[in-house]
Design a protein around this ligand. Structure first.
Ligand code: FMN
Length: 219
């Protein structure tokens, strides 16, 4: 069973990475053969609207026809039995690179046919892990679950199964005293990091484990 973990954060060892690392540990313990990719290692574009994947004699087999540095990642995703995508929230949405990746991942697998939305003939369990500065109560108030959840709903339609996990109120800098940010209370942030983030990491671990079990459960 192949599991792909995709980091949509430019930071390679921060909150999103740590959540993915934990999910990977869970999946690995459940028997998955895990691979990890940092999206910011590749210079790539989002969907260029070539519509090669929508042609009547479409030969793409669900793989984006536009070739660039993302192609090897998309090939890995096409081979994967489960996919977990991690993305920090930037201005209320997932990062641009994460979005560009999901466009190129999902559009070639999506049919323009309301009765048959997906080209896939099996369920591939997927999940999105979002990390954000915003505390949970504020995220709910400003409808983050809805805007971020739209990505997850699309994954569900195409891959047959998707989950969403959020880590709120993340610790953003290694040393708050060096930055101009009167908006945040460093002590409260540190408390959240030390008390809540370990719980978030455990939720990610459980998610990885659960998703790996879903691979055989749902097929
Ligand atoms: C350009 C930029 C925009 C951001 N916008 C938001 C935002 O709209 N809402 C939010 O909750 N956090 C926002 N953040 C904070 C990040 O989402 C948060 O720190 C996240 O955990 C970073 O992930 P990382 O540690 O893996 O890099 C923003 C950060 C950056 C750099």
């Amino acid at each position: 069973m192949k599991a792909l973990f995709v980091n949509g954060s430019p930071r390679k060892n921060w909150n999103t990475f740590k959540m993915l690392e934990s999910a990977m540990k869970g999946a690995s313990e459940a028997g998955a053969d895990c691979e990890f990719v940092n999206l910011y290692d590749a210079a790539f574009k989002g969907c260029v609207s070539c519509f090669a994947c929508k042609l009547k004699n479409d030969k793409t087999n669900g793989l984006c026809a536009f070739k660039d540095a993302l192609t090897p990642v998309l090939e890995k995703a096409r081979q994967a039995d489960m996919i977990v995508i991690g993305g920090p929230v930037y201005f209320g949405h997932v990062t641009a690179m994460t979005l560009a990746f999901t466009e190129r991942l999902m559009f070639p697998l999506m049919n323009y046919d309301m009765n048959n939305r997906t080209k896939l003939d099996k369920v591939i369990p997927t999940a999105m892990i979002f990390t954000m500065n915003c505390p949970e109560a504020l995220a709910e108030k400003i409808n983050y679950n809805k805007t971020l959840g739209a990505n997850v709903e699309m994954l569900k339609a195409i891959f047959g199964y998707s989950e969403m996990l959020c880590a709120y109120d993340t610790y953003q800098f290694s040393d708050y005293s060096r930055y101009y940010c009167t908006m945040f209370d460093e002590a409260a942030k540190a408390k959240q990091r030390d008390t809540q983030f370990p719980i978030d990491l455990n939720n990610a671990y459980e998610l990885g484990k659960r998703l790996a079990a879903k691979v055989s459960e749902l097929n």
